[in-house]
Design a binder for this molecule. Structure first.
Ligand code: HEM
Length: 215
């Protein structure tokens, strides 16, 4: 029980901090995405900046909603005492994932790092959709523990952007790689980590009947 409390506390802190960071950075500090776009050189297609920026704003907004709604639904109290809310909030999460995937689909062809990065993003989109739909199918079949485990796998993808930037910084600033190459490594490194870390997490919290976090 104590281990789960700690895990939920850590997850909640990471999620809330990242939501705040994403909102402040993308809507207040650098709303034109100047620093990010400065790394896009030699694009094969011309980028329509106003459209790209608006799509990015929608992308970030729904990514934050997905992150917040997913976090709330892992709470044991919400799951046990507010089942109806858990259900509605679950659909809010799924719709948000769909919007993030759709907007990602628009931005992917212009991805930093070119075609290889674009392919990585398309793979991310497909994997995230499949995992999220599997979580929904499991609960429709009343398999609660499997639903929880698939939701943990799905929720991990909310940390895609954070992971990509961490790996990119490590390779760019730490090992001196070119930014675009570091970014491509970031995309594929994230896919690998986003598939591995949740499995370790699921093993840590075990297969007990206690399906959510105690909060
Ligand atoms: C849920 C948390 C997420 C947040 C907060 C987020 C945020 C952002 C932001 C701020 C950008 C603009 C560039 C930058 O500063 O990185 C961006 C770009 C992008 N995101 Fe996300 N994102 C998230 C998840 C995802 C996921 C899960 C995918 C794919 C399934 C995705 C696909 C993309 C793509 C394709 C781009 C354009 C990349 C480029 O132009 O090089 N994002 N995202």
């Amino acid at each position: 029980m104590k281990k789960r409390n700690t895990l939920y506390g850590l997850l909640a802190s990471a999620s809330v901090l990242f939501i705040l960071y994403a909102l402040v950075k993308n809507y207040m500090i650098d709303p034109e995405a100047t620093s990010f776009l400065s790394h896009k050189t030699g694009l094969k297609r011309e980028l329509n900046l106003p459209v790209w920026l608006n799509v990015m704003y929608v992308h970030v907004a729904f990514a934050c909603i997905a992150m917040a709604s997913g976090l709330v639904n892992f709470s044991k109290w919400i799951f046990e005492k507010k089942r109806r809310f858990h259900r509605i909030n679950g659909y809010v999460y799924i719709v948000s994932v769909l919007v993030v995937v759709l907007t990602s689909g628009y931005m992917a062809p212009y991805a930093t790092g070119g075609k290889i990065s674009s392919m990585g993003f398309n793979a991310l989109n497909i994997i995230w959709l499949i995992i999220t739909i599997t979580a929904l199918v499991q609960i429709r079949r009343k398999r609660i523990i499997r639903h929880r485990n698939w939701m943990i796998r799905s929720y991990a993808f909310c940390f895609t952007n954070l992971l990509i930037h961490l790996i990119t910084s490590l390779f760019h600033q730490g090992f001196g790689f070119v930014y675009a190459t570091s970014y491509t490594i970031g995309v594929y490194g994230s896919i690998a980590l986003l598939l591995v870390i949740p499995s370790i997490f699921i093993r840590t919290i075990g297969q007990s009947k206690d399906v959510s976090f105690p909060s």
